[in-house]
Design a protein around this ligand. Structure first.
Ligand code: ADP
Length: 257
């Protein structure tokens, strides 16, 4: 009883689908998803991002992609970023970027499903799904209906203190895809003049939390004004970060296991 594939699915070969999740908003999930995509692409992988944060889409803005998605006989054509990352987001389908999306849950989850079934993704090594924060409708739909291979959990020191991360981890465990790892974003600030590392929110807890919950720890990221500026300007692909590249490398290794 195999489900019938759409033309878009027949034209797409996606090796691994990775959902990027956070317990709450504002921890930098979309930024981390975008930079992971960039780092994986720099390692030679073909990458796409499905922006499943329907009511708060930020991926097109981070990449500076403003064009509308095209449509062909086969399906919806995902626009590409400057350096070749395929993107799909509701913001690439609406008239004006700042129009609000006023839809109830069932419609939102339907759109997320269609972003998987009706978009011509082509050949991809990795499709990253930028989930909305928390454990609501969309994450449930994604875990139930899409063939997710694994999950990356993004946290910040504050979200670890809140234990919202553990709720998200427990939710994923109900649906069984493996958690490839935990990334602690905004863990510290590094002074660009003297290299001093300042732990603004106290000692980072990500590594300990990963051990407690039995998840690989992929690494900690600094709070870096350059990343915020480049993301706001739609130039995330100009951001250079050996720390991100390391984390993406570790992620690719975890996925291969
Ligand atoms: P989320 O998707 O979790 O809601 P975003 O990725 O939209 O969070 O990030 C929220 C804000 O924080 C954005 O303005 C983004 O540019 C900024 N930001 C995220 N991560 C970092 C970081 N490591 N350093 C500096 N700014 C960051």
């Amino acid at each position: 009883n195999e489900p019938k594939l759409t033309d878009a699915q027949k034209a797409s070969h996606i090796d691994k689908i990775i959902a990027v999740m956070s317990g709450k908003g504002g921890v930098g999930k979309s930024s981390v998803t975008s930079m992971l995509a960039v780092s994986l692409m720099r390692q030679g992988y073909k990458v796409g991002i499905l922006d499943a944060d329907i009511t708060g889409p930020s991926v097109p803005r981070i990449f500076g992609v403003t064009g509308r998605a095209g449509v062909s006989k086969t399906g919806i054509l995902a626009p590409q970023s400057r350096d070749g990352i395929k993107l799909m987001s509701l913001n690439l389908m609406i008239e004006t970027e700042d129009d609000p999306v006023i839809l109830r849950g069932p419609l939102i989850t339907q759109i997320v499903n269609q972003f998987y079934t009706e978009v011509v993704w082509g050949d991809l090594d990795y499709l990253l799904i930028d989930l909305p924060p928390g454990t609501g409708d969309v994450p449930i739909t994604v875990f139930q209906s899409l063939p997710v291979d694994g999950v990356v959990m993004v946290t910040s020191p504050q979200s670890l203190a809140n234990m919202v991360v553990r709720k998200a981890i427990k939710m994923v465990r109900n649906y069984k895809p493996p958690i490839y790892g935990l990334i602690e974003n905004m863990a510290y600030v590094q002074c660009s003049d003297c290299n001093h590392r300042m732990e603004v929110f106290g000692k980072p807890q990500g590594k300990d939390e990963a051990e407690r919950t039995n998840i690989p720890f992929l690494g900690e990221l600094p709070l870096d004004p350059t990343l915020a500026q480049l993301s706001d300007a739609g130039k995330v692909e100009d951001y250079q970060s050996p720390v991100f590249d390391q984390i993406a490398k570790r992620l690719a290794e975890e996925i291969k296991k």
